[in-house]
Write a protein that binds this ligand. Structure first.
Ligand code: DAT
Ligand code: MG
Length: 149
């Protein structure tokens, strides 16, 4: 089992898409291990997007992600990192396939509705950045034998 970090960005929260997006991951079979509404500080934003520091879109990206509340979550399940990326779709929503979150709900790359970790290493880093250990719950889900062979 693997964990990943997924976030509904401020545009997704403002547009009332939180429930739909969480449902997309739940109905696939991923288990919620952590979930919260929060306001990202500038420090956290610059740290989270550290790999993009110095790029032309960095300031706009930090401004966008700190512009309103986000919904942060830890999702758990088989191949959670790559599966969550597939469910989200391509970074640029115009190129994201229909049926993906970005494909269905976005147009601009600067308003692409969701974030998801891009590797197991990023997932661990981002989970630790956004969640304290006691905010992550280990629980038994009774339907698991109907999701996993
Ligand atoms: P992803 O969010 O798919 O992991 P990323 O890590 O490359 O994509 O970039 C982080 C965010 O930065 C992305 O969700 C939107 C924004 N971004 C990336 N490339 C951009 C670009 N060329 N112009 C404007 N914004 C961009
Ligand atoms: Mg990324």
């Amino acid at each position: 089992m693997q964990r990943t970090f997924v976030m509904v960005k401020p545009d997704g929260v403002q547009r009332g898409l939180v429930g739909k997006i969480i449902n997309t991951f739940e109905q696939k079979g991923y288990k919620i291990a952590g979930l919260k509404l929060m306001q990202i500080t500038r420090d956290l934003a610059e740290n989270h997007y550290g790999e993009h520091r110095g790029k032309p879109f960095f300031e706009a990206l930090v401004g966008y992600i700190t512009s309103g509340p986000v919904v942060a979550m830890v999702l758990e399940g088989k191949d959670a990192v790559s599966a969550a990326r597939n469910i989200m779709g391509a970074t640029n929503p115009v190129q994201a396939a229909p049926g993906t979150v970005r494909g269905d709900y976005g147009i601009d790359i600067g308003r692409n509705v969701v974030h998801g970790s891009d590797s197991p290493e990023s997932a661990e880093r981002e989970i630790n950045l956004f969640f304290s250990p006691e905010e992550i719950i280990e629980w038994q889900r009774t339907v698991d034998p109907w999701i996993y062979e």
